[in-house]
Design a protein. Structure first.
Length: 104
């Protein structure tokens, strides 16, 4: 069983978004990772990065919990996924774009 966070998984997540042509940074937090999407802000007239999702691994349940950030800068649970790639696919899906700010 992998202990999270670890560099291998962080790079795997970063490559996933690169493969989907989404500019993203992946940082580590206790028990998981936070994904920041980059976008151009017309208000600030520059490129900014915005926290889009948080992934935490549960060793007890052996699944991934995906969180989204509200406009009030609070993390809220979105769903649980048995595999990492399923959680990442959900973040990139069209029906979840508004939650994870993919469209920005």
């Amino acid at each position: 069983m992998d202990k999270h966070p670890n560099e291998f998984t962080r790079l795997k997540i970063a490559r996933f978004f690169d493969h989907h042509h989404l500019e993203a940074d992946v940082t580590t937090v206790e028990g998981g990772y936070v994904i920041f999407f980059h976008f151009f802000s017309a208000i600030e007239a520059r490129k900014v990065k915005d926290p889009a999702g948080r992934l935490l691994y549960s060793g007890e349940k052996q699944d991934w919990m995906l969180f989204w950030m509200s406009g009030k800068n609070r993390w809220y649970p979105y769903d649980r996924f048995p595999r990492l790639h399923e959680a990442l696919d959900e973040m990139c899906s069209d029906h979840a774009a508004h939650v994870f700010k993919k469209a920005l």
